[in-house]
Design a protein around this ligand. Structure first.
Ligand code: G3P
Ligand code: CA
Length: 367
């Protein structure tokens, strides 16, 4: 091997440093990225509230998430026929309310076809008691669909925990202008300043699966942290296979989802690049869960994916993880925050256990 003198070593090291420097300069630590973006790190994102322990997106679910000390109350934003912003996940009311009994003619219609007064007639709690008798509580019966205002009221009512808001524009093509409505509401409530910055002492993250909605969020609220949610399939990351579940022979949906992969590294990168170009602070990829279940999707938190995202200066918040075995797996893979239905368990995992059990909190709140 040809040896080099001291000076030559210095020159070689300098050249190497020059080559390597841009890579290092482009990738500050995720913790620093989060700090600069005013995003909790690692983030505990209470998915539809403490929705393992209480009916999703209702008052007890958000009260429990807040009192446990979750960093964010996560919600899916939709709009009623009379223009009110509400937090509700599904496209229809069927799964989690008694709409079929109350409004049989509109049982499978979207939220946009109901006024707020009509939504408020629904019982959004009893389904939970029937589905989860081991976690049922009499106080959940007749829990209500909540407006964004009411979720903000819950967050504001406990200054000690200072829960932030993590707001998804859900089916945004059904709600033209919802991004602007959201901005107006957050300013009205003092969570954004009139010039569109997140108010001091508050935390807000905006999220969407839709590129078009991300563009609108970026236009309306350029100074608010945003996350592009990732999915593999039509209208999202191009899939490797287009064989549908029904023809796949997979034993269940979770198994089929777990088999779905991006068509290529470029197909994945394209979505990360889009997020970056729109000024997002991160991506929200799905996870395949060890024990399957109806929230087990594609594995989009493989270490190379997280590394690539970090290299581009973006954070990774994975959805939706509830079990310690999966907390460990996704942490090891490099994620910076987790959407969870079980905020109490995730807080424990991150070494920030709540001072009270979720059961004690619910009982203290009158449930
Ligand atoms: O918002 C991210 C996470 O909530 C996953 O999607 O379907 O539960 O709203 P979804
Ligand atoms: Ca969501």
């Amino acid at each position: 091997m040809k040896r080099v003198g001291k000076h030559q070593w210095t020159t070689a090291a300098f050249c190497l440093a020059l080559v390597a420097a841009p890579a290092f300069a482009a990738a500050p630590s995720p913790e620093l990225l989060a700090k600069k973006a005013n995003v909790a790190y690692p983030a505990v994102i209470a998915h539809r509230g403490a929705s393992y322990d209480a009916p999703e997106a209702t008052k007890p679910a958000y009260l429990a998430a807040r009192d446990l000390g979750a960093d964010y109350l996560e919600m899916d934003l939709q709009r009623t026929r009379d223009g009110q912003l509400v937090g509700f996940h599904d496209d229809t009311l069927l799964r989690t309310t008694d709409v079929a009994a109350r409004f049989p003619d509109r049982r499978d219609k979207p939220i946009s076809e109901f006024t707020l007064a009509e939504l408020k007639q629904l019982d959004a709690g009893s389904w939970f008691n029937a589905a989860h008798p081991d976690r049922a509580r009499a106080g959940f019966v007749n829990a209500k669909v909540l407006t964004l205002d009411e979720i903000i009221d819950i967050a504001e009512a406990d200054p000690q925990h200072k829960a932030g808001l993590y707001i998804e524009t859900k089916v945004p093509n059904l709600y033209p202008g919802i991004e602007a409505d959201l901005k107006a509401k957050l300013i009205e409530r003092g969570w954004l300043t009139p010039s569109g910055e997140v108010a001091a002492g508050r935390r807000v993250v905006l999220q969407t699966f839709e590129k078009a909605s991300l563009e609108l969020l970026a236009k309306e609220m350029p100074k608010v942290p945003k996350v592009l949610l990732l999915w593999v399939g039509k209208g999202s990351i191009e899939p490797e296979s287009t064989v549908p579940f029904a023809e796949s022979g997979a034993k269940d949906k979770a198994t089929w989802y777990a088999s779905q992969r991006p068509a290529s590294k470029e197909a994945f990168t394209q979505w990360v690049d889009f997020a970056k170009a729109q000024g997002a602070v991160g991506t929200g990829p799905s996870a395949a869960l060890t024990n399957g279940g109806d929230q087990s999707y594609m594995d989009l938190v493989q270490p190379w994916m997280n590394k690539l995202t970090h290299t581009k200066g973006l954070l990774v918040h994975v959805y939706t993880v509830d079990e310690p075995v999966d907390f460990e797996k996704v942490k090891k893979a490099g994620v910076d925050g987790i959407f969870t239905n079980r905020a109490a368990e995730l807080l424990k995992f991150y070494g920030r256990p709540a001072s009270r059990s979720v059961q004690d909190i619910l009982a203290a709140e009158g449930y």
